[in-house]
Design a protein. Sequence first.
Length: 232
Amino acid sequence: MKSPRDEYRFLKDVRNIKDEAYYELYEKYIIENRRGGDKLTQVGSTDQETLLLTRNGGFPIPGMVYTFIYGEPDQIFLKPGQNNQPEDLSKRFIDLIPLVFCMNIDTNRFKGINFNMLPSNVRLDFLDEYYHVFEDFMEREASLLSEHDKIAINRRFLEYVKSGRGQNMIKLFNRSMGANFNYAYRSYLVNKVSRLRMIEYNEWVYIPFLEPKNAFRRLSHRQIHDLYHRTK
Protein backbone atom coordinates (compact mmCIF):
# COMPACT_ATOMS: atom_id res chain seq x y z
CA MET A 1 0.00 0.00 0.00
CA LYS A 2 1.39 3.40 -1.01
CA SER A 3 1.21 6.42 1.25
CA PRO A 4 -2.05 8.42 1.01
CA ARG A 5 -0.14 11.46 -0.26
CA ASP A 6 1.47 9.46 -3.07
CA GLU A 7 -1.92 8.02 -3.99
CA TYR A 8 -3.43 11.50 -3.95
CA ARG A 9 -0.77 12.89 -6.31
CA PHE A 10 -1.63 10.16 -8.80
CA LEU A 11 -5.42 10.29 -8.49
CA LYS A 12 -5.96 14.07 -8.37
CA ASP A 13 -5.65 14.31 -12.16
CA VAL A 14 -7.92 11.36 -12.87
CA ARG A 15 -11.06 12.43 -14.69
CA ASN A 16 -14.24 12.29 -12.58
CA ILE A 17 -12.32 11.22 -9.47
CA LYS A 18 -14.81 13.04 -7.20
CA ASP A 19 -17.72 11.20 -8.80
CA GLU A 20 -15.86 7.92 -8.37
CA ALA A 21 -15.19 8.71 -4.72
CA TYR A 22 -18.85 9.58 -4.17
CA TYR A 23 -19.91 6.25 -5.62
CA GLU A 24 -17.32 4.13 -3.81
CA LEU A 25 -17.79 5.71 -0.38
CA TYR A 26 -21.48 6.62 -0.39
CA GLU A 27 -23.73 5.24 -3.12
CA LYS A 28 -22.27 1.72 -3.13
CA TYR A 29 -22.60 1.34 0.64
CA ILE A 30 -25.54 3.49 1.70
CA ILE A 31 -27.88 3.63 -1.31
CA GLU A 32 -27.16 0.31 -3.06
CA ASN A 33 -26.15 -1.49 0.15
CA ARG A 34 -23.77 -3.78 -1.76
CA ARG A 35 -22.21 -6.51 0.33
CA GLY A 36 -19.71 -9.33 0.01
CA GLY A 37 -18.60 -10.10 -3.53
CA ASP A 38 -21.21 -7.72 -4.93
CA LYS A 39 -19.32 -4.70 -3.58
CA LEU A 40 -15.99 -5.63 -5.24
CA THR A 41 -16.23 -3.03 -8.00
CA GLN A 42 -12.52 -2.34 -8.55
CA VAL A 43 -9.49 -4.41 -9.51
CA GLY A 44 -7.80 -5.34 -6.25
CA SER A 45 -10.95 -4.84 -4.17
CA THR A 46 -11.04 -6.69 -0.85
CA ASP A 47 -13.73 -7.73 1.62
CA GLN A 48 -12.35 -7.25 5.12
CA GLU A 49 -15.81 -6.10 6.13
CA THR A 50 -17.28 -9.61 5.89
CA LEU A 51 -14.28 -11.13 7.70
CA LEU A 52 -14.69 -8.67 10.57
CA LEU A 53 -18.47 -8.96 10.97
CA THR A 54 -18.01 -11.73 13.52
CA ARG A 55 -15.55 -9.59 15.52
CA ASN A 56 -16.58 -7.20 18.26
CA GLY A 57 -20.26 -8.07 17.95
CA GLY A 58 -20.46 -6.05 14.75
CA PHE A 59 -19.23 -2.96 16.62
CA PRO A 60 -16.75 -0.61 14.91
CA ILE A 61 -13.09 -1.46 15.44
CA PRO A 62 -10.60 1.33 16.24
CA GLY A 63 -8.29 2.01 13.32
CA MET A 64 -11.00 1.28 10.73
CA VAL A 65 -13.15 3.73 8.74
CA TYR A 66 -16.95 3.44 8.75
CA THR A 67 -19.90 5.06 7.07
CA PHE A 68 -23.47 4.72 8.33
CA ILE A 69 -26.83 6.38 8.68
CA TYR A 70 -27.14 8.35 11.89
CA GLY A 71 -30.75 8.97 12.82
CA GLU A 72 -33.88 7.71 11.14
CA PRO A 73 -33.32 5.56 8.01
CA ASP A 74 -36.13 7.26 6.06
CA GLN A 75 -34.26 10.56 6.22
CA ILE A 76 -31.68 9.37 3.71
CA PHE A 77 -31.61 7.92 0.18
CA LEU A 78 -31.72 11.28 -1.57
CA LYS A 79 -29.86 12.11 -4.74
CA PRO A 80 -27.87 15.37 -4.81
CA GLY A 81 -30.12 18.39 -5.14
CA GLN A 82 -33.17 16.74 -3.58
CA ASN A 83 -34.54 18.13 -0.33
CA ASN A 84 -37.85 16.57 0.64
CA GLN A 85 -37.14 16.06 4.32
CA PRO A 86 -39.78 16.99 6.90
CA GLU A 87 -38.81 20.31 8.46
CA ASP A 88 -38.67 19.03 12.02
CA LEU A 89 -36.29 16.19 11.08
CA SER A 90 -34.06 18.42 8.97
CA LYS A 91 -33.48 20.60 12.02
CA ARG A 92 -32.69 17.72 14.32
CA PHE A 93 -29.47 16.53 12.66
CA ILE A 94 -26.39 17.97 11.05
CA ASP A 95 -24.27 14.98 10.03
CA LEU A 96 -26.62 12.23 8.91
CA ILE A 97 -24.16 10.07 6.99
CA PRO A 98 -20.80 10.34 8.74
CA LEU A 99 -17.54 8.91 7.42
CA VAL A 100 -15.68 8.11 10.62
CA PHE A 101 -12.19 6.95 11.50
CA CYS A 102 -12.98 5.00 14.67
CA MET A 103 -10.85 6.01 17.66
CA ASN A 104 -12.59 4.35 20.60
CA ILE A 105 -15.57 2.26 21.66
CA ASP A 106 -17.52 1.53 24.81
CA THR A 107 -20.73 -0.31 25.67
CA ASN A 108 -23.24 1.97 23.93
CA ARG A 109 -21.26 4.35 21.72
CA PHE A 110 -18.15 4.78 19.62
CA LYS A 111 -16.02 7.84 18.94
CA GLY A 112 -13.88 9.01 16.10
CA ILE A 113 -12.89 11.59 13.50
CA ASN A 114 -15.73 12.42 11.11
CA PHE A 115 -13.89 13.04 7.83
CA ASN A 116 -16.97 14.72 6.35
CA MET A 117 -16.37 17.66 8.67
CA LEU A 118 -12.81 18.21 7.48
CA PRO A 119 -11.64 19.89 4.25
CA SER A 120 -10.01 17.60 1.70
CA ASN A 121 -6.41 18.58 2.46
CA VAL A 122 -6.93 18.08 6.21
CA ARG A 123 -8.32 14.58 5.68
CA LEU A 124 -5.28 13.80 3.56
CA ASP A 125 -2.99 15.12 6.31
CA PHE A 126 -4.61 12.83 8.89
CA LEU A 127 -4.48 9.73 6.70
CA ASP A 128 -0.90 10.36 5.65
CA GLU A 129 0.29 10.95 9.20
CA TYR A 130 -1.51 7.83 10.42
CA TYR A 131 0.07 5.85 7.59
CA HIS A 132 3.60 6.95 8.52
CA VAL A 133 3.15 6.46 12.27
CA PHE A 134 2.01 2.88 11.61
CA GLU A 135 3.95 2.37 8.38
CA ASP A 136 5.11 -1.10 9.36
CA PHE A 137 1.47 -2.22 9.35
CA MET A 138 -0.02 -0.02 6.63
CA GLU A 139 2.67 -0.53 3.99
CA ARG A 140 2.92 -4.29 4.22
CA GLU A 141 0.49 -6.11 6.50
CA ALA A 142 -2.73 -4.27 5.62
CA SER A 143 -2.37 -4.96 1.90
CA LEU A 144 -0.93 -8.45 2.16
CA LEU A 145 -3.44 -9.77 4.67
CA SER A 146 -6.43 -8.15 2.93
CA GLU A 147 -5.45 -9.52 -0.47
CA HIS A 148 -5.22 -13.03 1.01
CA ASP A 149 -8.57 -12.79 2.79
CA LYS A 150 -7.03 -12.67 6.24
CA ILE A 151 -8.06 -10.26 9.00
CA ALA A 152 -5.93 -7.10 8.92
CA ILE A 153 -6.28 -5.17 12.18
CA ASN A 154 -3.78 -2.55 13.29
CA ARG A 155 -3.06 -4.12 16.67
CA ARG A 156 -0.48 -1.53 17.64
CA PHE A 157 -3.11 1.18 17.26
CA LEU A 158 -5.53 -0.92 19.32
CA GLU A 159 -2.92 -0.97 22.08
CA TYR A 160 -2.74 2.84 21.86
CA VAL A 161 -6.49 3.00 22.34
CA LYS A 162 -6.58 0.52 25.20
CA SER A 163 -3.82 2.39 27.03
CA GLY A 164 -5.66 5.69 26.68
CA ARG A 165 -3.09 7.22 24.32
CA GLY A 166 -5.49 7.78 21.43
CA GLN A 167 -6.15 11.39 22.40
CA ASN A 168 -2.41 11.98 22.77
CA MET A 169 -1.99 10.83 19.20
CA ILE A 170 -4.54 13.38 18.01
CA LYS A 171 -2.74 16.12 19.94
CA LEU A 172 0.53 15.15 18.28
CA PHE A 173 -1.14 15.11 14.86
CA ASN A 174 -2.61 18.56 15.53
CA ARG A 175 0.78 19.91 16.52
CA SER A 176 2.79 18.36 13.69
CA MET A 177 0.37 19.45 10.95
CA GLY A 178 -1.02 22.67 12.41
CA ALA A 179 -4.47 21.08 12.28
CA ASN A 180 -7.49 20.82 14.56
CA PHE A 181 -8.74 17.26 14.29
CA ASN A 182 -10.66 17.72 17.55
CA TYR A 183 -13.15 19.78 15.51
CA ALA A 184 -14.31 16.58 13.82
CA TYR A 185 -14.07 14.31 16.88
CA ARG A 186 -17.57 13.00 17.50
CA SER A 187 -19.40 10.45 19.62
CA TYR A 188 -22.13 8.23 18.12
CA LEU A 189 -24.79 6.32 20.04
CA VAL A 190 -25.10 2.78 18.72
CA ASN A 191 -28.90 2.79 18.98
CA LYS A 192 -29.03 5.67 16.48
CA VAL A 193 -26.76 3.94 13.94
CA SER A 194 -28.12 1.92 11.04
CA ARG A 195 -26.50 0.40 7.95
CA LEU A 196 -23.05 0.43 9.52
CA ARG A 197 -20.52 -0.26 6.76
CA MET A 198 -16.75 -0.60 6.90
CA ILE A 199 -14.65 1.13 4.26
CA GLU A 200 -11.95 -1.17 2.86
CA TYR A 201 -8.29 -0.15 3.11
CA ASN A 202 -8.00 0.05 -0.68
CA GLU A 203 -10.89 2.57 -0.68
CA TRP A 204 -9.20 4.99 1.72
CA VAL A 205 -7.60 6.61 -1.35
CA TYR A 206 -11.01 8.15 -2.15
CA ILE A 207 -11.49 9.83 1.24
CA PRO A 208 -9.73 13.13 0.35
CA PHE A 209 -11.88 13.41 -2.80
CA LEU A 210 -15.31 12.82 -1.27
CA GLU A 211 -17.76 15.70 -1.36
CA PRO A 212 -20.29 14.80 1.36
CA LYS A 213 -23.33 16.09 -0.56
CA ASN A 214 -25.83 14.09 1.46
CA ALA A 215 -24.17 14.23 4.86
CA PHE A 216 -25.44 17.49 6.31
CA ARG A 217 -28.75 19.19 6.97
CA ARG A 218 -29.12 22.85 8.02
CA LEU A 219 -25.56 23.60 6.87
CA SER A 220 -23.80 22.70 3.62
CA HIS A 221 -20.50 20.83 3.64
CA ARG A 222 -18.84 24.03 2.45
CA GLN A 223 -20.16 25.89 5.50
CA ILE A 224 -19.02 23.06 7.79
CA HIS A 225 -15.53 23.29 6.29
CA ASP A 226 -15.52 27.09 6.60
CA LEU A 227 -16.29 26.68 10.30
CA TYR A 228 -13.29 24.37 10.59
CA HIS A 229 -10.97 27.11 9.32
CA ARG A 230 -12.38 29.53 11.90
CA THR A 231 -11.26 27.19 14.68
CA LYS A 232 -7.61 27.37 13.61
